[in-house]
Design a protein around this ligand. Structure first.
Ligand SMILES: [Zn+2]
Length: 239
């Protein structure tokens, strides 16, 4: 356990918070110096009032969805699994009639509407890890009203989730990602996404899977107005 790295990672959620690590990887004690109400969210995350039992395997599920819009409206590109998805113009359904007749298709470059960079894979994985550990969800920890997270690179959230997981004595068992979006096409970007996930979670390619599928042209995902992601993962207790 690298104490410095944990303290460094936690500094992103509150400067008045610090871990004190016990004698081995399975014993962890916390020391919080919470001087303001602003730090209470982080305190809730790292120090629940009950024991997180050291069972051998924990299962987590994560889901995320973000709106997509013409890039001039979104203000940022489509980023998935840490990869910027470059693409040709696609046929986005203009549900509000801003560019063409309401409900008609508008050919455009797309971006993701989000407070952070809107990375649905990273957000789903972080939520899955927090879920497996019975910790608060990503929205509570990284609140979208907090200016610190505006336009934030979501790899920061992944690094944070990894450090918390490691702090509780767990590593990744395996991760199964189901990305759902109609367009842009992402098949050619999957190897780079996988490499990013493997690196951020300090695991191996044989433990990370990414599946991508369309939404059969129906509902907001099928109309290119949103993209979503499901993640199922397991955590293994470190021995
Ligand atoms: Zn998200």
């Amino acid at each position: 356990m690298n104490v410095f790295r944990v303290i460094l990672a936690l500094s992103i959620v509150g400067p008045s918070l610090a871990f004190v690590v016990g004698g081995d990887s399975t014993s962890l004690a916390y020391s919080t110096r919470l001087s303001s109400a602003a730090a209470s969210t982080a305190d809730d995350l790292v120090k629940p009032a009950y024991e997180i039992e050291p069972i051998p395997v924990r299962i987590g599920h994560g889901f995320d969805i973000h709106r997509m819009a013409p890039i001039q409206d979104a203000g940022q590109p489509v980023v998935i699994g840490g990869v910027t998805i470059t693409h040709k113009d696609v046929k986005w359904t203009d549900a509000e009639g801003k560019y063409v007749e309401k409900g008609e298709k508008y050919e455009t470059q797309l971006g993701v509407v989000a407070h952070s960079d809107g990375d649905v894979i990273y957000h789903s994985i972080v939520d899955g890890i927090f879920g497996a550990l019975t910790l608060p969800d990503i929205g509570q920890v990284f609140q979208d009203t907090d200016p610190r997270w505006k336009g934030c690179d979501s790899s920061k959230f992944m690094e944070y989730a990894y450090e918390v997981m490691e702090g509780y004595g767990y590593k990744i068992g395996n991760v199964d990602v189901t990305l759902i979006l109609e367009r842009p096409k992402v098949a050619s970007f999957k190897p780079a996404m996988k490499e990013n996930i493997v690196s951020l979670l300090h695991t191996t390619p044989g433990r990370v899977n990414i599946k991508a599928r369309t939404h059969e042209q129906v509902d907001s995902v099928g109309e290119l107005r949103s993209l979503s992601c499901h993640v199922v993962l397991t955590l293994e207790r470190n021995t």
